[in-house]
Design a protein around this ligand. Structure first.
Ligand code: ASP
Ligand code: MG
Length: 456
């Protein structure tokens, strides 16, 4: 059995539901899959907005959001089901919506919005979208079992970002494998779960991928397919590099590197359970199911294939709005403990450091989160001279076995024209080489490197 997870845009309209149905139907030729769905696109945001309006004493505004959500589903359902079946389904959806309305009235009345209430409100989107898909698939003649994920994904009570209680989930997931054997396509919700005592929780924004991974591991799936609206992970951000290519295969580590640099396709931590159990994860495009997609695996393979070619670089990524700090302290020459002192400043102010380069008496590093910057500056001034530069960008080349391929740095820097490099950092990991430039140069650097490594 495989897991097929469909994101918000994949169930964003009547046409998308039809496409999703076709994909499930095709997968059933091997075995009925476990289907995990997100809320229709925009719905989770609307629900959270409703909760915020309610607590700000704007009940009408909150209820208007709910109407919008209702209409979005009505529109989809109308084109999918006969009048009779649509009416029956809408009664069902309205039950969820009127419960939601009660919760919003409660929030409004009390003027209090806890994480627990936000979970109660934001969980409704997945319940609605999964009902629509299940009813539609049934009407088309598919053998379907809709399951409430709150009875499967049991979590602790960290509302807003709940953690799975694996042992219980493993037990509950046995039903899923059994149903699939009996020929049922199981349809359930991503994102939502519940505590042992039955209080609704969520796994955090974008948590449906995590659900797919949790349920896939617990139900013993052979593959987890993440169906989204892009062709998979790309060799560069397609908004920057027009001729970016989909990456056929990446390791989990590479996927993690890319995610830090904003490859928003999926957050690799959410698929970590699957990767740890050696279950392959595929990112696929609902709108273009014939495209190959990206395969993410625990073990890196020897080579990267992109556009049908074997390469040692898998992607060029960048991250802007980075702040660089340059600390130098001649009096630290031959003394020890300088780095430790510098790092402890960042630790004290809870600021992660991203990129580092050091010499005997100086250190350059970058931070992304500047909340603690003023305090950090004060403390660092005691250690040496300090220069802070805003508006820099990290450019990273992600690839394979860079340490063995000594020429990579040379290739990278010879590919760059008219780009001033502020800091270079490489070697910490075998799979990335990063350097710092001014933000204004970042796109150009990415394009030049992409041209060099991926031009045919
Ligand atoms: N619907 C949820 C969200 O928008 C979960 C998800 O889509 O993964 O965050
Ligand atoms: Mg999503």
């Amino acid at each position: 059995m495989i897991v097929m997870k469909f994101g918000g845009t994949s169930v964003g309209s009547k046409e998308r539901f039809e496409q999703v149905y076709g994909l499930i139907e095709r997968a059933r030729a091997s075995a009925p899959p476990l289907v995990v769905v997100s809320a229709m696109s925009g719905v989770t945001n609307a629900l959270i907005e409703a909760a915020n309006l309610a607590v700000r004493r704007d009940l009408d505004g909150a209820l208007a959001q709910i109407d919008m959500v209702r209409n979005k589903h009505i529109d989809a359902v109308k084109g999918l089901l006969s009048k009779e079946k649509a009416d029956a389904l809408l009664l069902d959806l309205n039950e969820h919506l009127s419960e939601l309305e009660s919760v919003l009235r409660g929030i409004n009345y009390l003027g209090e919005l806890s994480k627990r209430s936000i979970d109660a409100v934001s969980s409704v989107g997945e319940l609605l979208s999964s009902r629509v898909l299940a009813e539609y698939a049934t009407a088309r003649g598919m053998k379907v079992q809709w399951l409430d994920a709150r009875k499967l994904v049991i979590t602790d009570d960290t509302f807003g970002k709940a953690n799975p209680l694996w042992e219980i989930i493993d037990e509950k997931a046995k039903d899923i494998a059994r149903l699939s054997k009996d020929g049922f396509t199981v349809i359930t919700q991503g994102f939502i779960g519940s505590t042992e005592s039955g209080v609704t929780t969520t796994l955090g924004r974008g948590g449906s991928d995590y659900s797919a991974s949790i349920l896939g591991v617990a139900a013993g799936a052979t593959c987890i397919e993440i169906w989204t609206d892009v062709d998979g992970m790309m060799t560069a951000d397609p908004r920057i590099v027009k001729n970016a290519l989909p990456i056929a295969e990446v390791s989990f580590q590479e996927a993690a590197e890319l995610a830090y640099f904003g490859a928003k396709v999926l957050h690799p931590l959410t698929i970590k359970p699957a990767v740890e159990k050696n279950i392959p994860v595929k990112v696929l495009n609902t709108m273009r199911p014939e495209s190959e997609g990206t395969l993410i695996q625990g073990q890196p393979t020897q080579n990267v294939t992109t556009g049908g070619k074997v390469r040692n670089v898998c992607a060029i990524a960048s991250k802007k709005n980075i702040t660089a700090l340059f600390i130098s302290s001649p009096r630290m020459l031959m003394a020890h403990g300088f780095l430790a002192k510098v790092f402890s400043v960042f630790d004290r102010h809870k600021t992660p450091i991203d990129l580092i380069a050091t010499s005997e008496v100086s250190i350059s590093l970058t931070i992304d989160n500047t909340d603690g910057l003023e305090a950090i500056k004060e403390d660092l001034k005691e250690l040496g001279d300090l220069l802070v530069t805003h508006d820099t960008a990290i450019v990273t080349v992600v690839g394979r076995q860079f340490r063995e391929r000594s020429g990579i740095a040379g290739e990278v820097f010879s590919a760059l024209k008219d780009v001033n490099i502020l800091v270079i950092s490489g070697g910490a990991s075998d799979i990335n080489l990063s350097f710092l430039v001014m933000s204004k140069d970042a796109d150009r650097a990415v394009q030049q490197l992409h041209d060099y490594f991926f031009a045919d």
